[in-house]
Structure formats: structure tokens, C-alpha cells
Design a protein around this ligand. Structure first.
Ligand code: ADP
Ligand code: MG
Length: 618
């Protein structure tokens, strides 16, 4: 049923509700919409600015403050001021541990696969909740500026976001009360903003170079017949303008003969210098010298020194461009146009490096920090049915597959496959009379699943008892345009079937999101502990099962002593499981994993040398 609403700002009737486009950035976020003249336009609510810093501050009453106002607390109350939350979205502590130094607030230090939480005030927050706070602010500003309710949105994500991160972004939208119509890759949105491909007769191959505050990605898109196809993506989710700021900061500390470790103790001073470094960097986009003082610390920087400081980082982005071209099977001369995205492309040295590599002047006439939101608004317009001539295709950034015997990764949908896509393969059982089959879905590029990310696991139950190798189980993967995966398993002889839609393990179901809204956050700490225990237990139990199966199955690859020792590690883990102590369980599971890791590799080598037919799932 179509709703009729009136835009109070313009007095005009709108047949459909406005669907806004949102660039939920690591550093800055913003909203755009299609104005009554049918042009994309960024929202500047009450002149408060277009870019809203993606910063959330929690005051003494645990109330969230978002944007510029929150950014000010980076210096005065850094431990309660959360920035760069996008880097934590859909991430486990293990994923971010390597980079934890960059955060001045407390990320719960739990070296596990569990979702990270952030401590601020006297509460714990998930990155989904924090991104939800940012989206709530964006929604409120859009509603205030447009004078109409805003309930639907298109949200962009970096091309490198995996399924968990995309799902987490959706969940954040949901928490903010938004119906997220589509998750769109940022480079796709940027090319839309430049209008490339809007004319169906146009055929072009373009490169989108996006250097923001925290992430870098380059995408090669092919556009023909109004169809956008991402041929390849490459980049680094830990490379951006923040790195430039850090390089400047370290340079100043050195120049002032200050000990980094000592200054690092002083959170407030560190943040003040960080902001000063950013100011210097921005100034050097238009001038040759920056000269300021913080207390008795001299903050002086000339353009040439700045360029020397960042040259290796910029070089890294160029290497990524090379790799993307290689993945796309193209050379520089095949690229018709280069688009610059992200505030950091305002640095002349970056622009020049891109121009030198591609051998042509990049497009930069649209503001690089607005271009993604503007494109998202155009995508929203497409979804509203106003531009039915455009179709959008994206690629999946990481391979998707299932676990097969011995903990091997069997890829079903390869990295860089175009989405939507469908693929399947046939498997069989490994045990006589086996009636259940555990299907574990993973994402990643490594040969052993334990090195990859587990997305989900389910049992295909009720397979009629047959000798091993007889059942035929088809496993089909369907990846939709949002990057959401549906896995279906069907035993062909009996027709037994099971299907799941992957809410990746860190994502949240609709019910959970609702529960999050209602549950008193006071219980967050005990909830986290309980969940961690449950996760540790199921991990431990699964490990016992896998290890026991493994030594039975692969006895010929192991010595008697190795088997005996594995059994004692398994027993130790079983004892730990009975204690219900998370850390003990994790420790024993880890010991067992460590001890048996070489075996798995040994078996993998054996498996590779014996070309297997009809792969088996334990
Ligand atoms: P994100 O996509 O990560 O949210 P943005 O596209 O908003 O980020 O870019 C933010 C980055 O751009 C920050 O590192 C900021 O310091 C940098 N930036 C903004 N303006 C300039 C400028 N004039 N010169 C150089 N860097 C800039
Ligand atoms: Mg961005």
C-alpha cells in the first residue's frame, strides 16, 4: 500500500516516503536524499554541517552524544568517547587485537572469537549499538531538515566488508529504527554519483580509489548497458588518513625529544596532539607550512616532510591498485576513468600518486567526502522504483565454503564472484549408518577452516541409514544482492532437506535486536560472561568431537605416542568442560588445538596428494 505524505518543507505531496542514502563512515557519516528537482543533495541540518563525525560520547547519565559535540570529548574524556567504531563492527577481539593500540577507549580484552564490546561510563556496548546511535542521530537530523519522517535508508559499506560486517550494519540500522533497504558498496555508490552508467549506451571501465580516515579500498568497475559490475576489489581496512595523523604525531614527538611511551600515558595530551596533527595535514592540502604550539611542544611541519612521512602508506595504496588490476585481468590503459573518494584524497600528494599510476587525471569535481552518500541517495531512488533502468552487481570479497574432513575448507563460492550468485556441490557421509550431517559454513581464503571465519553451523538430520559414501547430499549456496547467504542441504535419495539463512555468527537475529532494545543494559556484563562461557563450551565440545573423530580416522598418519597424548589432551578438555569455567575450557581447548595442529596439516598434505572423489563431511 502506497503511503501519501506531505513534505512540510516544500509543501509538495510525495507519493512515496523519502528513502535516504547514508554513508556510515569510519570517521564521518552523512545523509543525502533526492530533492524535488530530482538531484541528489546532502543534508545540512540547521547549518550544523554536512559531515557528522562518527563519534559517540557517553555522559555521566549514560546518555549518548553524537557528532562534533562528542568529538570535543576526545581530549577531555577519551575513555568515554568512542571513535572509529566501524572498525569494530562485526569483529571479534581476535580480529582487532593486533590494532588495539589505536583505540583510546576500552575494548573488552577477551582473546576469543566473541563479538567485541566497548566499555564506556559504567556500561558495555556492542559496536552495533554504537553505530545505531550514530544512525539515530543521522535519522533525526534528516527528519528535522526534511520535516518528514524518515524510515527507510540505503547504507553503504566498504567493498571489503564481509558478511558479518554487512549484517552488523543492517542490525545497527534496525536499532536506529530504520528499514535498511539495501547495503551498497561505497565504490558502487561513488560511480553512481558521477552519473557514470546512467546512460545505458555508455560503456566504461573505471577505478574508484577511496582513501578515507580509516579504510582504503580500490575497486575496478565495468559499466555497460546500465549495469555496474565490480570486476575486482583490493585494499586495506587499516589504512587511511588516521595513519597520516599518527605519522605526524610521531614525528613531532621525536622532534621534541619526547618519549612516545611516556606521552602515551597521558591520554588527553595524546588526543590533543592527534587533533593538531590532523589540522596540520588538512592545512598542508592548501599551504606549504604548518606551525603551531601545544604547551611547550612545537608542532611544525612543512609539505615536503609531510609527503616523506606518508609516502610508504601512499605507495601501499598504489600496490593495492596494481593488485586490483591484476585480479581484473586488466592493465592501466584499460581504465577509462578514475574516481577519487574519501577526505584523504584531498592531499595533493595522494592525488598526484593516483594520477601518476593510472596515467590520467582522476575525477574529483564532486566533494570526495560527500560522493558516497550522494550515490547512496541515487541507489535509494533506484530502489524506490524511480530509475528502473539501472541494475547493480557487486562481488563477494571473500570465499565462502564448508568444512570437510580433517578441517579442510572447501570453497563453494569463490572470492570476487559476482553477486547475486548460486553455486553447489555434492557430498557424502563418512560413517556407515550416519543419519546426521553437521554442515559448517566458513568464510576466508585459507586451506584449513580453523584459520577462517566460521559463519554458521547446522545439522542435516534424518538421512536414512546407508553405508558410508552412498548418500548424496547437495549443498547449495545462494548469495543475494545484499551479500546475505542462504545455505541449503538436501539428501537426494530421501529428499531430506534443511535450509538456513545466514545471520553470520556475530550478526543478530531480529529477535535478538529487539531484545537488545528492551533488556536492561545493567545485565550486560553478566550476559557477556555467560555468552562467552556458552561459546567456549560449544567450541570445546565440538573440538572433542572433531579430535576424537580425527584420531580414529587418521590413525595411520599418527604414531601411537601421538595418539596417546592426544587422548590425554582430549580427556583434560572433557574435565574442563565439566567445570563450567570459561578460561579453563578455552585453555584446554587451546592446548589440544596446538598439539594436534601439525596432524591436521599432515593429513591435508596426504589429502592433496590423493585426489579425492565425492568429498566427505564428518
Ligand atoms: P571515512 O570514509 O573514513 O569516514 P572521510 O572520507 O570522511 O572518512 O575522510 C576522513 C579523512 O579525510 C580524515 O582522515 C580527515 O583527516 C581527512 N581529510 C579531511 N579533509 C582533508 C583535507 N583537506 N586534506 C587532507 N585530508 C583531509
Ligand atoms: Mg568513506
Amino acid at each position: 500500500m502506497a503511503k501519501i505524505s506531505i513534505n512540510l518543507a516544500t509543501g509538495s505531496f510525495q507519493k512515496e516516503e523519502i528513502i535516504v542514502g547514508i554513508d556510515l563512515g569510519t570517521t564521518n557519516s552523512l545523509v543525502a536524499f533526492i530533492n524535488p528537482d530530482k538531484n541528489p543533495q546532502v543534508i545540512n541540518d540547521a547549518g550544523k554541517g554536512i559531515l557528522i563525525p562518527s563519534v559517540v560520547y557517553f555522559n555521566g547519565q549514560n546518555e549518548a552524544v553524537v557528532g562534533n559535540e562528542a568529538k570535543e570529548y576526545l581530549t577531555t574524556d577519551p575513555s568515554n568517547t568512542i571513535f572509529s567504531v566501524k572498525r569494530l563492527l562485526g569483529r571479534s577481539y581476535k580480529d582487532v587485537a593486533e590494532h588495539k593500540d589505536i583505540f583510546s577507549y576500552k575494548i573488552i580484552d577477551d582473546d576469543s572469537d566473541a563479538l567485541v564490546k566497548i566499555h564506556a561510563g559504567d556500561r558495555f556496548y556492542t559496536p552495533i549499538e554504537l553505530s545505531g546511535e550514530i544512525l539515530k542521530e543521522l535519522k533525526a537530523r534528516a527528519e528535522h531538515a526534511l520535516k518528514t519522517p524518515v524510515n527507510r535508508a540505503v547504507i553503504t559499506v566498504p567493498a571489503y566488508f564481509n558478511d558479518s560486517q554487512r549484517q552488523a550494519t543492517r542490525d545497527a540500522g534496525k536499532l536506529a529504527g530504520l528499514d535498511v533497504m539495501r547495503i551498497v558498496n561505497e565504490p558502487t555508490a561513488a560511480s553512481l554519483a558521477y552519473g557514470i552508467g546512467l546512460d545505458p549506451s555508455q560503456q566504461k571501465t573505471i577505478a574508484v580509489y577511496d582513501l578515507g580516515g580509516g579504510t582504503f579500498d580500490v575497486s575496478i568497475l565495468q559499466i555497460q548497458n546500465g549495469i555496474f559490475e565490480v570486476l575486482a576489489t583490493n585494499g586495506n581496512t587499516y589504512l587511511g588518513g588516521d595513519d597520516f595523523d599518527r605519522a605526524i604525531l610521531n614525528y613531532w614527538l621525536e622532534k621534541n625529544n619526547l618519549d612516545v611511551a611516556e606521552v602515551a600515558q597521558n591520554n588527553i595530551l595524546m588526543q590533543t596532539l592527534r587533533l593538531q596533527a590532523e589540522a596540520a595535514k588538512k592545512a598542508l592540502s592548501t599551504q606549504n607550512l604548518y606551525n603551531e604550539q601545544v604547551g611547550d611542544i612545537w608542532c611544525t611541519l612543512d609539505k615536503q616532510t609531510f609527503e616523506a612521512l606518508i609516502s610508504s602508506k601512499v605507495e601501499e595504496t598504489i600496490t593495492a591498485c596494481k593488485n586490483a588490476l591484476k585480479d581484473a585481468d586488466l592493465s592501466v590503459s584499460d581504465i577509462d576513468e578514475v574516481i577519487l573518494v574519501g577526505g584523504s584524497t584531498r592531499t595533493p600528494y595522494v592525488k598526484q600518486a593516483v594520477e601518476n599510476f593510472f596515467g590520467k587525471k582522476p575525477q574529483d569535481n564532486i566533494n570526495p567526502d560527500e560522493v558516497v552518500a550522494l550515490g547512496a541517495a541515487i541507489q535509494a531512488d533506484v530502489l524506490a522504483g524511480n530509475r528502473s533502468d539501472i541494475l547493480l552487481l557487486d562481488v563477494t570479497p571473500l570465499s565462502l565454503g564448508i568444512e570437510t574432513m580433517g578441517g579442510l575448507m572447501d570453497v563453494i563460492i569463490a572470492r570476487n564472484s559476482k553477486v547475486p550468485t548460486k553455486a553447489g556441490r555434492q557430498y557424502t557421509t563418512s560413517i556407515d549408518g550416519q543419519v546426521n550431517m553437521k554442515i559448517s559454513v566458513y568464510q576466508g581464503e585459507r586451506d584449513l577452516v580453523r584459520e577462517n571465519r566460521k559463519l554458521a553451523e547446522f545439522d542435516l538430520k534424518g538421512i536414512p541409514a546407508m553405508p558410508a559414501g552412498l548418500p548424496k547430499v547437495d549443498i547449495n549456496f545462494l548469495l543475494n544482492a545484499d551479500g546475505i547467504l542462504t545455505v541449503q542441504a538436501i539428501e537426494l535419495r530421501s529428499g531430506v532437506k534443511q535450509e538456513i539463512e545466514i545471520t553470520p555468527s556475530y550478526g543478530l537475529s531480529d529477535d535478538t535486536v529487539e531484545k537488545m532494545l528492551l533488556d536492561s543494559i545493567e545485565h550486560a556484563k553478566s550476559d557477556v560472561e555467560q555468552r562467552m562461557l556458552i561459546e567456549a563450551r560449544s567450541e570445546g565440545e565440538q573440538l572433542v568431537y572433531t579430535a576424537e573423530g580425527f584420531i580414529k580416522k587418521h590413525a595411520e598418519h599418527l604414531t601411537e605416542a601421538e595418539i596417546a597424548e592426544t587422548v590425554s589432551y582430549i580427556e583434560a578438555l572433557k574435565t574442563a568442560l565439566a567445570t563450567h569455567e570459561k578460561d579453563t575450557i578455552l585453555k584446554k581447548a587451546d592446548d589440544l588445538n596446538e598439539f594436534t595442529r601439525p596432524f591436521a596439516e599432515r593429513v591435508m598434505d596426504a589429502a592433496i596428494s590423493t585426489a579425492m572423489k565425492g568429498k566427505k563431511i564428518e
